[in-house]
Design a binder for this molecule. Sequence first.
Ligand code: ACM
Ligand code: ZN
Length: 752
Amino acid sequence: MKKLLLSLMVLFGMQTYAQTSTAPNIIPAPQSMEVKPGSFVLTAKSAIGFSVTASKAGGLFNEFLQTNYGFKLPYAKVVSSVNFIEDATLPAEGYELTVTSKSITLKGNGAGLYYGIQTLQQLVPLTKGTSLSIPNVVIKDAPRFAYRGLMLDCGRHFFPASYVKKYIDVMAQYKLNRLHWHLTEDQGWRIEIKKYPRLQEVASKRDETVIGHAGRSKEYDGKPYGGYYTQEEIKDIVKYAEARYITIIPEIEMPGHAQAALAAYPYLGCTGGPYKVGTTFGVMNEVYCAGNDSVFAFQEGVLDEVLALFPSKYIHIGGDECPKDRWKTCPKCQARIKALGLKDEHELQSYFIGRVEKYLNSKGRNIIGWDEILEGGLAPNATVMSWRGEAGGIAAAKQKHDVIMTPNTYLYLDYLQGIPATEPMGIGGYLPLKTTYGYEPYSPNLTAEEHKYIIGVQGNVWTEYIQTPEKADYMTYPRGLALAEITWSPAGKKNYESFLNRLPDELARMDRQGVAFRIPEPEGLENSVTSTVQTTATLKPSVTGAKIYYTLDGSEPTTSSAVYTAPVTIALGAIDNKVLKCIVVTPAGRKSAVYSATYLRKDYKAAENVNPSKKGVNFEFTNSRVRRAADLGKTKADSTGVMAGFDIRSFSKKDIYGITYTGWFNAETDGLYEFRTNSDDGSLLYIGDELLVANDGEHAPQEKTGLAPLKKGFHKIKVQYFNAGGGQTLSVQAGIKGKQSINLRSVLYTAQ
Ligand code: ACM
Ligand code: ZN
């Protein structure tokens, strides 16, 4: 009976959806939405009414209409066609929006009124017009988490005040309400502190910046770089944010990430310097001395001015990545450890954080720290920001401390959104939109009672490799919209397919606003494995109104290439593969990177009926000289054994040798896998009995790839490699084509 009722309800729901011309695409998805037949038609004649306490709301909506549609509504008395009403009986930050054919009524509690307007704006059709049809709906909404944050690192790179405001505008539009403003770093101090003028004169500037990735480069650009926010600018930004219901939480880092401050005031370090403002990125050894009381006087002097600027209840004091090398050899730090009977330098760090916490608590504020603040014992009232995965957050919640989840595994928005080939240079990592979207903050490792300590979630935009506002937009969105949905929408309302369907309209809005988000791959651009002689590619632009230009001949698409207008037929020969390459160009004229999909005529290889559990591969090693990997196995092995994976480092003292490795490759899903070898000298890679990557012969490092459609499960893999003298290299990588690939150095299973 219940089941029947449920299916009737689903059917009914679908019908009401089908009757509306515009399916509302709201991001973040509201708590509940009922779509009804019909719509309200908004024209310049529809008057706005508002309750006394909701007077700002009308102005806000009119500003939106004027900017995007070129008209405004006249004001009228409270009951009108469009009504905004403050209603303190609704949940915190909640609102109710009712659109009927006759009127629009929005009730909201505080910020809720503002958020209701954001939702209403998403209901207005994208297309410009003087008669705007808004679907009839009843929406009841309130946030899942009170803390919905984004962190912008203005230390590594300085972003102008105008951009910080733009960043706030976009956040507010998606109901995010905390801007964690990272203001001090090794590479630059960005907040004016009048008591310490050398922070402006010295710490805000660096001589130059590393070119390329700090982990791989020793080249510098030779160009001085700097910038800081004056206290006047900060006051203005804080006010601007407040008007949009965003609290700014400043981060003043300590005891690590402090090299810029040390360069300005060398007495703050253990050695006394000299120090220079960082010019490359990473974790620096030079940190504040924890044994010197004048360091604490400095922190208090800085914080006094910070507190006067930021009304936020929380002040973030960092606490991450503080190497203890200097403290270990510093007489003052060691004297402090001894005097206080501390166990080690971790406890010294806890002392540091605890002492600053006490000062801030005495001023009525609370601290947030990165999860390293757990290491020598948590400061009594600290909130923990869990970034090294969720472990720190879980541990803190178990200790009954508040937690903000910001795990790098989902929410480090500086990590790449696609494979390196299609992404601008970045810090590394791999966090496609889908991964970020999939984050659920309530860890199953916590009880329902402990979940209450998870007060919110945040995405972090670290800017080592984000030099410009455009790139900050690119890295933040669309993953920032996934964050909005994680933090706002009820867990049960989250659905990636639905999110992807709602995304194109929202991205079109952002495009119109000049937000330089990453343009996602077109929907439907997927590798395809088929046994038929032709296949079709059905694509949909990832931004409403965008155009897709494509090629099928391997050439790079441009705006002169074929425009996608209808499904493309792809003819495949006997055993053939074709690559469709495309670019997406938004209505505002921004171009995506080149994205591609491979269409392969071949049968899927079934997985073997095995379930190996031991990690590693078997190997047969020979000292004999061969000239081709194909000749291996003809001579007797000199030794055999098991090792972690395809890794020649333990053999590389030999000059002439050959190895045959055999093991199992675990295909985690059905898919078109690409295997890649880079070898010097030759190598062969087999999947099952099929030679997939022929990279044989004597040669310098050379890369070759092969495609294999594999069913989920274990597949036999064999790699043969030889070195005939001189340089030697073997790297074997695998992954779904176009997605992240992994090095097969340690993730294989031994053949049993
Ligand atoms: C961090 O990413 N070091 C907090
Ligand atoms: Zn010291």
